[in-house]
Design a protein around this ligand. Structure first.
Ligand code: NAD
Ligand code: AHE
Ligand code: ZN
Length: 370
């Protein structure tokens, strides 16, 4: 079949809207009509050439929601007509990682996914006879896409696609980092660095968990109002401030350091600040931001010797097929908010504008509606 898609032909170039050829689902795969997709900073990072796994030409996008239109042989867990969210972190429930009960990082198809291929080592997309790579196993910047069955979460049918798509990455990553990874408890103090599409969801996760002090740090002053809207109690404008100054402000606000800090910037200097702003003896810093290829984190080992913990999280520690439908329920029941963070609705033809709005700091989340 044919599908309209925004293709990343080259790094650092705008996406091009073209008609691609798309092969139907093979055994264990499903064809999904994507109804809406968010634009996450990770898409921009890959498009900008910062991803060590970045491949071109490819169909980016990993924050979608849609409807199953066809299933391949052997598919039993979903059927045509089901509403689903694609999962860049699948859940096979059979691999060593899934069975461990210790991680959400299913490894069943990670190798081929990182090479832009379906589990059988081939692509379903092509343009003028040339293969086009998949991205994060999702490729939601195409109106139709093919996914492994283990990489879709079935969701309730009354959830609007324009909002539900954000659960495919940003909402789950931010809220999940608080409730699954950090397991923030009532009364804990937390600091969020970077109040964008992910950071605001960390804030609302902390509010949900009953954190007593919720500090936000950003270099964009406009983010103060945004932060307060989602539970932030104090704001630090980090623009022009060195590490020692930001840490001193946090230590003074938290009686010696935070219980949990979260990096939602991808900046390795900020990651260090986030670790060192943790309380001596027990504070834990959680890396959510994705750093550019080649970047490394550093700190004095004494920071760890004296009891600070450095951790990371992908997809908020959520097990996709199990947890994503629950997070959609949380939204539908009013336990968490999504709609106010979706600042721009765009057509596929306007998708490059979504990247510009992100880079200029004007948007929280842009959603492309097909
Ligand atoms: P975004 O562009 O919406 O937000 C980034 C925010 O960080 C902005 O408000 C920006 O002003 C702020 N910022 C930038 N530099 C800063 C600095 N030095 N100090 C303080 N604030 C600073 O991006 P997003 O979509 O929220 O994504 C945030 C990061 O999380 C990205 O690195 C993205 O790749 C990553 N991410 C990781 C996961 C995961 O599973 N680990 C999932 C989604 C996104
Ligand atoms: N491909 C990059 C790493 C990118 C990365 O860390 N991705 C996160 C999700 S970001 C979503 O917006 C993730 O899930 N990581 C775990 C995984 O298995 O990819 C690189 O550095 O090579
Ligand atoms: Zn993302």
């Amino acid at each position: 079949m044919k599908t309209r898609a925004a293709v990343a032909f080259e790094a650092k170039k705008p996406l091009e809207i073209v008609e691609l050829d798309l092969e139907g689902p093979r055994p264990g795969e499903v064809l999904v009509e994507i109804m809406a997709t968010g634009i996450c900073h990770t898409d921009a990072y890959t498009l900008d050439g910062f991803d060590s796994e970045g491949l071109f030409p490819s169909v980016l996008g990993h924050e979608g929601a849609g409807i199953v239109r066809e299933v391949g042989p052997g598919v039993t867990s979903v059927k045509p007509g089901d509403h689903v969210i694609p999962l860049y972190t699948p859940e096979c429930r059979q691999c060593k990682s899934c069975l461990s009960g210790k991680t959400n990082l299913c490894t069943a198809i990670r190798t081929t996914q990182g090479k832009g291929l379906m589990p059988d080592g081939t692509t379903r997309f092509s343009y003028k006879g040339q293969p086009i790579f998949h991205y994060m196993g999702c490729s939601t910047f195409s109106n139709f896409t093919v996914l492994p069955e283990i990489a879709v979460a079935k969701i309730r049918e009354d959830a609007p696609f324009n909002s539900a798509c954000y659960v495919g990455c940003g909402v789950t990553t931010g809220v999940g980092a608080v409730v699954n990874t950090a397991k923030v408890q009532v009364g804990d103090t937390i600091v969020v660095f970077g109040l964008g599409g992910i950071g605001l969801n960390v804030l609302q996760g902390a509010r949900l968990a009953g954190a007593s002090k919720i500090i936000g740090v950003d270099i964009n002053a406009d983010r103060e109002d945004w932060g307060r809207r989602f539970g932030m109690t104090e704001f630090i404008n980090g623009k022009g401030k060195d590490r020692a100054t930001v840490i001193a402000e946090i230590l003074s606000l938290t009686d010696g350091g935070a219980d949990y800090t979260f990096d939602c910037t991808g900046n390795t200097e900020v990651m260090r600040t986030a670790l060192e702003a943790c309380h001596r003896g027990w504070g834990t810093s959680i890396v959510i931001g994705v750093a550019e290829a080649g970047k490394e984190i550093s700190t004095r080992p004494f920071q760890l010797v004296t009891g600070r913990n450095w951790r990371g999280t992908a997809f908020g520690g959520a097990k996709g097929r199990t947890d994503v439908p629950k997070i959609v329920d949380w939204y539908m029941n009013g336990k968490i908010e999504i709609d106010p963070m979706i600042t721009h609705l765009l057509s596929l033809e306007e998708i490059n504008k979504g990247f510009e709005l992100m880079h200029s700091g004007e948007s929280i989340r842009s959603v492309v509606v097909y």
